[in-house]
Ligand binder design. Structure first.
Ligand code: SN0
Ligand code: CP
Length: 318
């Protein structure tokens, strides 16, 4: 594997899952593979799970690890080409990227959507500059439009907990005080559409995701109807995508907050969320603390998904 930015990069999901469950049984099985190989993790945005689980995954494979928080300690970076750099940004990304590539073998990048220009975000401008100019294999640690490490961990979790071959999986929008990226819901939808699950997306009108991610999923504007008979509930907030509303908050309706009321019409569904989660906005305390909440095992599986991805990137090194 030469990059990991989307579901297509992992190839056949059944073999990826088999590798994940093999590593789950013995996460140090390939501890010699990464000897004298260096992972560099670059964060333009905050992180807890991705930062810790990906570093742990690298240690599972015997790698060295370097972490750079771009906004703490590095020079402020200009990302636009053609700009006269007479302001407060001493360095251009187009120098910084190949320099960082000199010091490592594999690069992970976290760079959220900026919501200033939809095309800039949806062309994955920052992530693709790392792919183009670093000279190294690059993987996404959540970029503008996807979060594949999270989605792979979500799939591993559903496979672990499902009680039927084709579970009903419902992704529901929920309210949030800030405009959040579409990366997690886009990516979850992309991975769910790559399975044979019964996948439903529910959100208020106006929150339609980009068609290339919705795919063949059923979209249901009535949340209670969507929840009927569900086996898994995947809650997430996202800002509007469509038209002039890009990056906007259209609703903070707390009728959409996942509570016992909605969970009561499911098939005793498991509750999932990528975390961090705003309690009593996205989900009530009772639901996220219930026996059906699997948000912690879901987070634990981030180590497994990252170990499989790093293993395949190391194997792909010339
Ligand atoms: C894995 C999720 C990362 C990010 N979450 C946030 O930015 C939450 C920030 C907040 O709740 O203020 C998101 O929604 O994409
Ligand atoms: N789910 C997830 O990626 O969490 P962090 O933003 O804390 O890394």
């Amino acid at each position: 594997m030469k990059k990991f930015t989307c579901v297509q990069d992992i190839g056949d999901l059944k073999s990826a899952l088999a590798e994940a469950f093999e590593i789950q049984k013995d996460r140090f099985k390939y501890v010699e593979l990464g000897r004298n190989k260096t992972l560099m993790m670059i964060f333009f945005n905050s992180s807890l799970r991705t930062r810790l689980s990906t570093q742990k995954a690298a240690l599972n494979l015997g790698m060295n690890v370097m972490v750079l928080d771009i906004n703490q300690g590095a020079w402020k970076l200009e990302t636009e080409r053609g700009v006269i750099m007479d302001g407060d940004k001493p360095e251009h990304l187009l120098e910084a990227i190949p320099v960082m590539g000199c010091y490592c073998d594999i690069i992970g990048v976290r760079s959220f959507a900026r919501f200033e220009d939809r095309d800039f975000d949806y062309q994955e401008t920052i992530l693709n500059q790392f792919i183009q100019y670093s000279g190294r294999p690059v993987f996404s640690m959540e970029a503008a439009t996807r979060h594949p490490l999270q989605s792979f961990a979500d799939l591993i979790t559903i496979e672990e907990y499902k009680k039927t071959a084709r579970p009903k999986v419902v992704m529901t929008w929920a309210p949030h005080p800030r405009p959040l990226p579409q990366a997690v819901p886009n990516s979850f939808a992309e991975w769910m559409n790559a399975t044979d699950y019964d996948f439903v997306i529910t959100h208020p009108e106006g929150y339609e995701l980009a068609p290339q991610f919705v795919g063949n999923a059923k979209v249901e504007y009535d949340q209670m109807k969507a929840f009927e008979g569900a086996d898994f509930i995947y809650a997430k907030n996202w800002a509007a995508y469509t038209g002039d509303n890009y990056g906007q908050i259209l609703s903070k309706d707390r009728e959409w907050t996942v509570s016992d009321r909605q969970m009561a019409v499911t098939n005793n569904a498991f509750f999932m969320h990528c975390l961090p989660v705003r309690r009593n906005m996205i989900v009530t305390d009772d639901v996220i603390e219930s026996p059906q909440s699997i948000v912690i095992p879901e987070a634990a599986n981030r180590e497994i998904s990252a170990t499989v991805v790093l293993k395949r990137l190391i194997e792909g090194l010339e």
